[in-house]
Unconditional design. Sequence first.
Length: 69
Amino acid sequence: MKFKEIINKLEEIEGSLDDAFYSLPEYNTNTDSRDYIDSARNELYSLKEDIEKNLKKVKIKLDFDENYS
């Protein structure tokens, strides 16, 4: 699986979690569920951000290596 495919899959999961978060009724009995969904969203955002940062670092390194080989 390529990095772009991984990012696309993470964005699909992100959309599903966003839909779940915003479709959950705001009752006091749902606060735990809302917190769990929100926590999963935050973890996903962090993972996606880390992957994108590392991908940029790899691309910069590859560009540097190609230019100075």
